[in-house]
Design a protein. Sequence first.
Length: 98
Amino acid sequence: MVILAGVSTVFTIKRDTFPSFDLGIMTVLTQYPGAFAKDVELSITNKIEKELKTLTGIDYITSLSMDNISSITVTLDPNVRKPDKVKQKIRDAVGRRW
């Protein structure tokens, strides 16, 4: 009886293997093939950062410009009420630059 109850529980118990969670961080990666780090910074990184600084709901922005690649990490304000809305505004802001 105990074994039968254990086997039936294995198939009916709700388990979440990969629970969803949100750290409130977004990364914007852009490529500029053949460009040096300074060109990437001036042509891509600075322009995107300027656009992102106009948004509310962002705690801080960090960026890294390398040869061919720009990486911008945006950390959302932990007290923001609608993080999905802020994330969409970030996507829209990046899309406006390109």
